[in-house]
Ligand binder design. Structure first.
Ligand code: GAP
Length: 434
């Protein structure tokens, strides 16, 4: 299955409403996707989980939500205008361009023509702003979400009671004119990042780098069924980004390209605040209120991809199973991530008493979390539909329910069924969803 697992995920995503190609009726745009009704639930659950982990449960991390467009000087100061480049080679015959690191040898992989020497290609996405055509100025859609955190850093410091060391977290879109967007959500041109920038004194840099490395690894690992498919990889000096003095990737073992980056933990040092200080003529020197020590805050960054996580978790959760002659596809998603926590089935769609009772159950649970309603087809088919979108529990309302107020709760992974009193349902979900 491994070889075509990605194709199966792409097909499932479209068929069941997780992810659609953007502008499909016009032929689509490479590297741009939309989340569908089921996908948006899952991605929102993911973001909520991250926010709870990184902001809500910590006293020393606060959140922001910055704009996508910033002053153009930001990207000069950040080094992206000069350094955010991929080396490209061009075929002299068919004029197709490729990332240099993706072609072997000197021949075009499409037509066999000779390839040019590598040229640098900046991957920032531009936007023009201004009322009059001749006055329009070039701005950039942010190439990495974290830059807004540096721009807001002092406002956060002043408006909260935070003192260094502390962190600022943000979930937000980033844009890159990727030359070869590919592998579905893995490398896109518009995507979302979850970033946390931790501001510390130079003395404590080592300690916090080690701390965040461990925290982030354990958090991702908890979400996986196959715990061996995650590892660390340290960057060699030649592959460090222009802002990083040291970097380690958390990697996932993909079925399409082996180990690939999931999140980067970067030792950014004082690069960002020093550069913004230099370009904006602003002094970012911090005075420690206890010791009086003065320094430019150093930064440990944790920067991961929301869409990439979404894809990796689908790859991890997907299973095809055959039991007693019955085939099914299951997404073994963590219940907190599953788009629907439960699906409610009246056993027979045409029996009013069953439908009314099932509506009662639906109304009881739907204020708490997303519940699906399905009265279409036989129960077996309804189970299959829910397994395929990862719904952990299916609740069937049958004739026994009308007598004793119990319903059948069927577990997605074990397929075991048990009867529970309707009045006990809230407790059941409370216990199983934490
Ligand atoms: N601020 C640091 C930074 O942006 P990065 O390694 O370029 O570092 C961080 O990106 C994360 O963003 C990656 O680990 C990956 O999960 C995600 N990411 C980067 N480029 C992406 C793309 N083209 N499509 C989807 N996700 C991407």
């Amino acid at each position: 299955m491994a070889g075509n697992l990605l194709e199966k995920i792409v097909s499932l995503c479209k068929r069941r409403g997780f992810v659609f190609p953007n502008s499909e009726i016009y032929g689509g745009v490479r590297g741009i996707y939309d989340f569908g009704p089921v996908g948006v639930e899952m991605v929102n659950n993911l973001k909520k989980l991250w926010w709870r982990e990184m902001v809500q449960k910590r006293e020393n991390v606060v959140g922001i939500d910055g704009a996508i467009i910033t002053h153009p000087r930001v990207w000069e100061a950040s080094g992206h205008v000069k350094n955010f480049t991929d080396p490209l080679v061009e075929c002299q015959k068919c004029h197709k361009r490729f990332r240099q690191d993706e072609v072997k040898g000197k021949k075009c992989p499409v037509c066999g023509g000779s390839l040019s020497e590598p040229k640098k290609f900046n991957i920032l996405v531009e936007a023009k702003l201004g009322v009059l055509e001749e006055e329009k100025q070039t701005y950039y859609l942010r190439g990495e979400a974290c830059q807004t955190i540096y721009l807001d850093y002092e406002n956060v410091l002043r408006s909260t009671r935070q003192k260094i060391p502390f962190g600022i977290a943000q979930i937000g879109k980033a844009f890159r004119n990727e030359i070869t967007p590919k592998n579905f959500l893995f490398r896109q041109r518009e995507f979302e990042q979850w970033d946390m920038q931790f501001f510390t004194s130079p003395k404590e840099m080592e300690k916090w780098f080690a701390y965040w490395k461990k925290e982030r690894f354990l958090w991702y690992q908890k979400l996986l069924n196959h715990k061996k498919n995650i590892r660390f990889r340290e960057h060699g000096p030649e592959e460090l980004a222009h802002y990083a003095k040291k970097a380690v990737d958390i990697e996932y073992k993909t079925p399409f390209a082996g180990w690939k980056e999931w999140e980067g933990i970067h030792w950014r040092g004082d690069w960002d605040l020093s550069r913004h200080g230099q370009y904006s003529k602003h002094d970012f020197t911090y005075t420690d209120p206890k010791t009086g020590e003065k320094f430019i805050p150093q930064i440990v960054e944790t920067s991961g991809g929301v869409d990439r996580t979404f894809l990796f978790l689908l790859l991890d959760a997907y299973e095809e199973e055959e039991r007693e002659g019955q085939k099914r596809t299951i997404l073994h998603l963590h219940p907190q991530l599953a788009p629907f926590k439960a699906a409610v089935f009246p056993l027979l769609a045409n029996k009013k008493e069953l439908r009314d009772k099932a509506r009662e159950v639906f109304s009881l649970l739907s204020p708490l979390f997303m519940v699906d309603w399905d009265d279409n087809g036989n129960i077996g088919k309804r189970y299959r539909r829910q397994d395929e979108i990862g719904t952990p529990w299916c609740l069937t309302i049958d004739f026994k329910t009308l007598k004793d107020d119990t319903i059948t709760v069927r577990d997605r992974d074990t397929m075991q069924q048990k009867r529970i009193k309707i009045e006990k349902l809230k407790t059941f979900f409370k216990e199983n969803l934490t």
